[in-house]
Design a protein around this ligand. Structure first.
Ligand SMILES: [Zn+2]
Length: 87
């Protein structure tokens, strides 16, 4: 493996080590208010064309919350998995 391949493989594994799951409107809001997303942050996000998502690490399962623009979500749709939580 040459140097460039090594760098590229590092970059690839780094970027493909996670996936996103959208937070459904009926799920609890990510901000720990205890309210559902649709009656908490969702209206605000909707107005600014943003959505809250979970970013989940493939290797550790560690979850972080992110607010992404709808545009970015569409652009990265292949990184999204369907939510397993039944609403
Ligand atoms: Zn909230």
């Amino acid at each position: 493996m040459n140097f460039l391949d090594a760098v590229l493989s590092l970059f690839r594994s780094d970027t493909e080590d996670f996936y996103y799951v959208k937070i459904e409107r009926n799920e609890k809001c990510y901000c720990n208010s205890g309210k559902k997303y649709k009656s908490c942050h969702y209206p605000k996000h909707y107005q600014s064309s943003k959505r809250a998502v979970r970013k989940i690490s493939e290797s550790t399962g560690e979850e972080t919350f992110q607010v992404l623009s709808v545009k970015k979500i569409r652009k990265n749709h292949e990184l999204f998995k369907p939510s397993v939580i039944q609403s």
